[in-house]
Design a protein around this ligand. Structure first.
Ligand code: ZN
Length: 307
């Protein structure tokens, strides 16, 4: 196990953890009451809540409230208060883009209140067992029964509500092995989960079945289904658009190609880091909590198959 684990110095690990962030994923937040979500209206019936864990989409209308992702567990009361300020009533459905605790943390509270939880098959499978996130050497306990998605699927599901259609499509082996991209047909909005960290290098969770190739393929799928007017909600970071998502794909492809070439030249992991394969993109993406070296180490492990 130690042979394949990412032996990051502790401080480095703490720095990249900040993206989740370290103090709140998945440990309780002492300053819970200070948690504040910021609501942004995207379309008449669609809002996004930022400021907690992953970005939460709130779809409301005459047929009820649907959330895409529900942030961190300890922020559940604040999340539901923020949702209530947008629309009255209980949450009817939650769609989880993947299993990570900063995207499924509200499941238990909403599930106990009668909300119906939907996700890919692998999300339920992972949440019901303890998980080990290797890159952060982080143990995540199994989730209680009430937090588990009760409707799961292998490929795609559609919800016909509020005068629109939500389509949740599985993308294979991307950020994890259970990712969904979720689009609204009429509203022309898509929530892409953690296949897109706007303004930062992504975390590709190899130990949860993620891969660079899957990240790129997932973004290609979204690009094929969207246009210049589509609003793109990333898993983390500011609300975005198709052009920025395409640039993100270009970055992933370019850095992946460089790392692969260096591997084929027989360079060691440290030599590849020293060659700075992300340099061209560091100004735009390298200032987030996922620093360039950690991103390259993850790519190295992915592309050499050393998981
Ligand atoms: Zn994630």
């Amino acid at each position: 196990m130690s042979q394949i684990s990412l032996r990051f110095p502790l401080l480095l690990a703490a720095a990249i953890f900040a993206w989740f962030p370290v103090a709140t994923w998945p440990q309780p937040v002492p300053q819970e009451s200070k948690a504040e979500f910021h609501a942004q209206q995207l379309r008449p019936d669609l809002h996004v809540l930022t400021g907690g864990g992953g970005n939460v989409a709130v779809w409301s209308g005459p047929d009820g409230i649907v959330l895409v992702d529900d942030s961190l567990e300890q922020l559940s009361p604040a999340l539901l208060e923020a949702v209530a300020r947008i629309a009255p009533g209980a949450v009817r459905f939650v769609v989880n883009t993947h299993w990570h605790p900063d995207h499924t943390g509200g499941n238990e509270r909403i599930g106990r209140a009668g909300g119906v939880l939907l996700a890919h098959d692998n999300v339920r499978a992972r949440m019901r067992e303890p998980q080990f996130v290797e890159a952060y050497e982080l143990d995540v306990p199994a989730s209680p029964e009430a937090a588990l998605p009760i409707i799961t699927f292998a490929d795609a599901v559609a919800l016909h509500l509020n005068g629109d259609q939500l389509l949740a499509s599985h993308v294979v082996a991307a950020h994890t092995d259970g990712d969904l991209v979720v689009s609204w047909e009429e509203a022309n909005v898509v929530h892409v989960g953690d296949v897109f960290y706007n303004g930062a290098y992504p975390f590709i969770d190899l130990s949860s079945g993620g891969s660079l190739a899957g990240m790129v393929a997932a973004i290609e799928l979204v690009l094929a289904r969207t246009d210049g007017r589509t609003i793109v909600i990333p898993g983390h970071g500011a609300v975005s658009n198709r052009a920025e998502l395409a640039a993100y794909r270009d970055m992933l492809v370019a850095v992946g190609r460089r790392v692969r070439e260096l591997i084929e030249q027989g360079r060691s992991e440290d030599e590849i880091l020293a060659a700075r394969p992300t340099e061209e993109f560091d100004e735009r993406y390298g200032k987030g909590p996922m620093n360039p070296d950690t991103f390259v180490r993850i790519l190295y492990r992915d592309l050499t198959g050393r998981r």
